[in-house]
Design a protein around this ligand. Structure first.
Ligand SMILES: Cc1cc2nc3c(=O)[nH]c(=O)nc-3n(C[C@H](O)[C@H](O)[C@H](O)COP(=O)(O)OP(=O)(O)OC[C@H]3O[C@@H](n4cnc5c(N)ncnc54)[C@H](O)[C@@H]3O)c2cc1C
Length: 475
């Protein structure tokens, strides 16, 4: 029997499930197909984001941060705890419980929105037909007026350090470790490498991060990267830049990792090695050869600014298309595409997507870095304000870092905001809104911020752009 829908979405990660719900809100009939299987063999909605990415990694970051604070900071508050210990199995049960609750929640959201959540493999054929193979049944053909491909991404494997799931592991395995490795190696000092390195370092691992690039956090503003590098060093993360790994060999006592840096050939030995060198779009078995979908040289599905593929009525969103690989970027693309299909006008402002590293200190930014503004040739001014001068940050014992604002010399428009410090991932929302509405620093200066709050650092940084900071000496 051939079923029919207005919209079929393949993939129920943050791109796909949001697109499906939004399309259903527009009154369309929608099915969302997903084949994700967890390590316990059970299928679950939510994709990488919920099962192996953002949410489980943040659960572990929170647990490990609390453990670290209990050991190193509580005494400053006058709190004695005696011996603090970490039950890794219990920490992992909490992480799994959060994931289970949220993946189940998507099923509930689908039922409430009348989206058919179909568990199994989806494949786009020609003429917008979709072949759906249920996990426990025979393939069937679904007709659809529109199809949204949201198949996500997978970790990049290095040919000389192949994953074995045990010793040389990807980020998902690193999230599910059941014991603290004494010596942990990480290849890649990007967001995922630094977050997972931080988790296991706080729990007691001796962590060495090998990064091929010479610049630390090359995508971040240099001032922010400098503060972060110093803080990570203080925490004991051994980050080696310009270190090009050439081989990883598993032996009896661990993994020997060979690399080259400016001083020549080097090597380290670790008990576990996380390879976190980036992710590649995942499109295996996603479409038939005659479906008409075009792939670029890096494997991304080719789309225009509105996520249209070259096949009329077929869209692609999230990690499987160009742009930053972030859950909120995938979700916003899903919303835009569902709105476009419904006939509404919609667009994405790719210039103000916030980026966040949930390390300690947190790092967050939106808009352009100072280096990018300088390269654009536009005259600009900057203002910074350190958390060390913020009363709330002092009360929290979280005084490292700052807010930095870059704005145009001519019309004062805010061009970029960069934060390193406590709750940067929350504070950045104000900056995103400011950039979305093309606000000036004067707009921020004249906006009342609650006292005492971390957000006052944003207010003061805006004032500092015009040398009017009130609680810190100006330049
Ligand atoms: C360790 C880690 C931490 C991260 N932390 C953050 C963070 O803090 N913030 C953030 O914004 N981003 C984070 N990310 C990135 C984020 O997880 C991704 O950007 C996001 O999940 C992409 O969403 P998506 O919908 O495009 O794809 P995915 O979430 O990968 O979902 C795709 C889904 O499609 C399914 N699928 C694929 N092909 C088929 C098919 N043919 N048939 C049926 N189903 C199919 C897959 O099984 C999967 O369930 C993190 C990633 C990792 C690995």
């Amino acid at each position: 029997m051939s079923k029919g829908y207005d919209v079929v979405v393949i993939g129920a990660g943050p791109g796909g499930y949001i697109a499906a719900i939004r399309a259903a809100q527009h009154g369309m009939s929608v099915a969302c197909i997903d084949e994700w299987k967890n390590k316990d063999g059970k299928n679950a909605f939510g994709g990488t984001w919920l099962n192996a990415g953002c949410i489980p990694s943040k659960a572990l970051l929170e647990s490990s941060e609390l453990y670290h604070r209990a050991r190193h900071e509580f005494s400053k508050h006058g709190i004695s705890t005696g011996d603090v210990s970490m039950d890794v199995a219990k920490m992992q049960r909490r992480r799994a419980g959060i994931v289970r609750q949220l993946t189940g929640g998507i099923g509930g959201l689908f039922r409430a929105a009348k989206v058919d959540g179909l568990v199994g493999h989806g494949k786009l054929l020609s003429d917008k037909k979709v072949e759906f193979t249920p996990v426990d049944g025979d393939p069937e053909i679904i007709d659809s007026k529109h199809v949204i491909l949201a198949s996500g991404s997978g970790p990049i494997e290095l040919p000389f350090a192949k994953f074995d799931g045990e010793t040389i592991i990807d980020s998902w395995d690193a999230i599910e470790l059941d014991a603290v490795p004494a010596r942990l190696g990480v290849i890649g000092a990007g967001v995922i490498g630094l977050e997972l390195g931080s988790v296991w370092s706080r729990l007691g691992s001796e962590v060495t991060v090998l990064e091929a690039m010479e610049d630390f956090l090359f995508m971040a503003d240099r001032d922010v990267a400098k503060v972060a590098a110093a803080d990570f060093k203080k925490q004991g993360l051994d980050i080696r830049l310009g270190a090009k790994v050439t081989s990883a060999t598993v032996g009896k006592t661990g993994v020997r990792v060979d690399y080259e840096d400016k001083n020549g050939a080097q090597s380290i030995e670790v008990d576990k090695l996380i390879v976190a060198v980036g992710r590649r779009p995942y499109t295996d078995g996603l479409f038939a050869d005659d479906a008409g979908i075009q792939i670029d040289e890096r494997g991304f599905i080719v789309v225009d600014d509105e996520c249209r593929t070259r096949v009329k009525g077929v869209y692609a969103i999230g990690d499987c298309v160009r742009g930053t690989m972030l859950a909120h970027k995938a979700s916003e693309e899903g919303t835009m595409v569902a709105d476009l299909i419904s006939g509404e006008s919609a667009e994405m402002n790719y210039d103000v997507i916030p980026s966040v590293l949930y390390t300690n200190p947190e790092i967050a930014w939106t808009g352009k870095t100072e280096e990018q503004v300088k390269a654009s040739g536009r005259a600009y001014k900057t203002g910074t304000f350190p958390f060390a001068a913020d009363g709330r940050a002092k009360a929290m014992e979280q005084t490292s870092g700052m807010v930095k604002i870059i704005s145009a010399e001519d019309d004062d428009e805010i061009l970029g905001v960069h934060i390193v410090g406590p709750m940067a991932g929350e504070l950045i929302a104000e900056a995103v809104l400011a950039l979305e509405f093309s606000a000036s620093t004067e707009d921020l200066q004249r906006t009342i911020h609650a006292h005492p709050s971390l957000s006052e650092a944003m207010h003061e940084a805006a004032l500092a752009v015009d040398n009017r900071a009130l609680n810190y000496p100006n330049k």
